[in-house]
Design a protein around this ligand. Sequence first.
Ligand code: NAD
Ligand code: TYD
Length: 350
Amino acid sequence: MKTLLVTGGAGFIGSHVIRLFVNKYPDYHIFNLDKLTYAGNLLNLTDVENKPNYSFIKGDIVDGDFIMNLFKEHQFDGVIHLAAESHVDRSIENPMEFVMTNVIGTVNLLNAAKAVWKDNFEGKRFYHVSTDEVYGALGNEGFFTEETAYDPHSPYSASKAGSDHFVRAYHDTYGLPVIISNCSNNYGPNQFPEKLIPLFLNNIRNNQPLPVYGKGENVRDWLYVIDHAAAIDVIFHKGPDGETYNIGGHNEWKNIDLIKVLINVMDRKLGREPGTSEKLITYVTDRAGHDLRYAIDSSKLQNELGWKPSLQFEEGIEKTVDWYLNNQEWLDSTTSGDYQKYYEEMYGHR
Ligand code: NAD
Ligand code: TYD
């Protein structure tokens, strides 16, 4: 019997990690700690919420006393840390929330693990989930490897870089058994419609403008979220202490080309004439400090631990579009309330 703490489990990637671990490891007890910010949604977990090996705890990783007491009470064997503020545009508007949750929150978790595990680290593991954005931006050539120097440009990526450095420092200084992964852009069910793919699917459906930043020439490397969760499982169980693994699908898309794929699939599924929704494309003011290109070399993970993506992008997009079209209640729950205000503030002036 193992007791695991997953932070941020009500969010997009965290909910897929919780589902995988709760179903695959009935002899683990999985505690999901989440503050339920705008991005956290318990509707993401209705299929596992009554499982005997799952418990939800509402709480804030920024509250150091609360975190310390939680670790003392439950004596976790492992931590998979996903809780974060995760959207670049929000980080540009409000960097402090990113410093608090992503940096201070991570250090609170490290301190609690160190205090409760003392120096007996046998069988313990602190897994920190990070992003490829810490490496900065690529030109037209090359890939991020685990050796690429950190060069973050947005407050989001700077805060994630800061948290990665603290995690490594706790390994190097105190011997804490940590492991880190840096993943490329995820897509799939349950992603909050502030990120490109779910935002644009929602807008296409509602015949709303599609706000393309700059010329739409930025490149992202897209991975299906379930493949990210599977990579986290493999790394958590098989990766050696102190290591870093890059996760990515070798699946680069220029934004404007990706948007045309979304339009084609949506027009087909909505019974519209092919290309009808292209008229919704609206070029708007570019994001400040917009990274040109991200692309991951995941050969270390593939060669050492045997992980590889399970599906091709076309299949992943079909599944994703079907999920959003079939889950209107979920979309309504995320786009009511503060969402309209967010949308006006983010896009009203572009
Ligand atoms: P998300 O924004 O969908 O979810 C974040 C979750 O963390 C939410 O449930 C939120 O309620 C919770 N949370 C936020 N602040 C908290 C706090 N102070 N205390 C407790 N819980 C808090 O994010 P996501 O896209 O699922 O990303 C999860 C992790 O994966 C993040 O660490 C992110 O940096 C990393 N990541 C994301 C991507 C991506 O493409 N989305 C890619 C690589 C890495
Ligand atoms: P996003 O989903 O925010 O992920 P990230 O910035 O972390 O990579 O954005 C993906 C790409 O899409 C990025 O190049 C910015 C661009 N983008 C738009 O053009 N319009 C939008 O409304 C959004 C949210 C993103």
